[in-house]
Design a protein around this ligand. Structure first.
Ligand SMILES: [Zn+2]
Length: 308
């Protein structure tokens, strides 16, 4: 299967080049056998990037393809779909959303079809219903033309925290796990045991500053559980196309732990929210896009930790 895959890949590349279709498909890298990753840009949303700021991936099995996060706009979803077709003739069977943020779910419409199942955390349909309209309005303003046909496509196959769901692709099974509130309230990870590859969605940020939108202390707890997942490489939601596991967690753990400890100290010192935001300096140059995300994280941490 591996041999055939390699030949198919070479042929698809030739065909794409010959017909000029390559330009419309997202660049992807095969980081392990049958595991492809598109690397998102470390940018804010813009018309030029069409929402393409998150890492997206797909896994090719004997019976079909599983897409892991669909992109930040329908246009990016179509480009991801073209990237799948450029390397495999097998049908997309599953689209897995790792959480409800727009850069990970707005490509869903590009994959809709009678034989495609959308999958997410048990809380994802509710989160999409309550937060989706604001995300869509915001994205229409930020992306312009690329966002005009935006639509929220919720999952129908749901994974409850504390349970594990296996997806059968024929010759490989993906292991899906939903988590309690961490980066968001709807985080889901995917493990491909065949290659030892873990897809964390935004439970892991690298290079780009992590954003706290669920629970800071919950996230730190989930990270410790995640660190015990047996894998050799991780595909982070933002950052490089792959990194060694679990060492890849170190930078984010240091930032989030420091954030928690400094905010706890500020609360112990009786600082108000605005004083705390002022007092805790942004991290160093190892993190991109830390302004204004760091200040937002301090605010989120303060409002969470003041109830401890
Ligand atoms: Zn993201």
């Amino acid at each position: 299967v591996r041999r055939r895959g390699a030949v198919g890949l070479a042929l698809a590349g030739l065909l794409a080049g010959a017909t000029g279709r390559a330009a419309e498909s997202l660049p992807v890298e095969e980081v392990a056998s049958g595991v492809f990753v598109h690397r998102g840009l470390h940018e804010d949303f813009s018309a030029a990037n069409e929402g393409g700021i998150a890492n997206l991936a797909f896994v090719i099995g004997r019976d079909g393809v599983a897409v892991i996060d669909s992109g930040g706009s329908p246009a990016q979803g179509r480009a991801l779909s073209a990237a799948v077709r450029a390397v495999s003739a097998r049908p997309v069977r599953f689209v897995i959303n790792t959480h409800d943020h727009p850069d990970h779910v707005l490509g869903n419409p590009a994959f809709r079809g009678p034989d495609v199942t959308f999958i997410g955390h048990a809380g994802l349909p509710d989160a999409m219903a309550t937060r989706g309209p604001a995300f869509v309005a915001n994205m229409k303003g930020l992306l312009g033309p690329a966002a005009q046909d935006i639509e929220i496509v919720p999952p129908t196959l749901l994974v409850t925290p504390g349970t594990v769901r296996r997806l059968d692709l024929g010759d490989r099974q993906l292991v899906l796990q939903a988590w309690p509130p961490a980066h968001t309230g709807t985080d889901l990870t995917v493990l491909d045991p065949a290659t030892g590859t873990l897809f964390t969605g935004d439970l892991l940020f690298m290079e780009r500053l992590p954003v706290v939108d669920g629970s800071l202390t919950g996230w730190l707890t989930v990270m410790e559980q995640l660190a015990r997942v047996e894998a050799s490489r991780v595909i982070p939601g933002h950052g490089p196309s792959q990194a060694p596991w679990p060492a890849a967690l170190d930078g984010q753990r240091a930032y989030l732990t420091g954030l928690r400890d400094q905010v706890r100290q500020a609360l112990a010192d009786g600082l108000k929210l605005a004083q705390t935001v002022e007092a805790i300096p942004p991290p160093g140059t190892e993190w991109q896009l830390s302004d204004p995300n760091h200040q937002r994280n301090v605010t989120a941490a303060y409002t969470e930790l003041e109830w401890e």
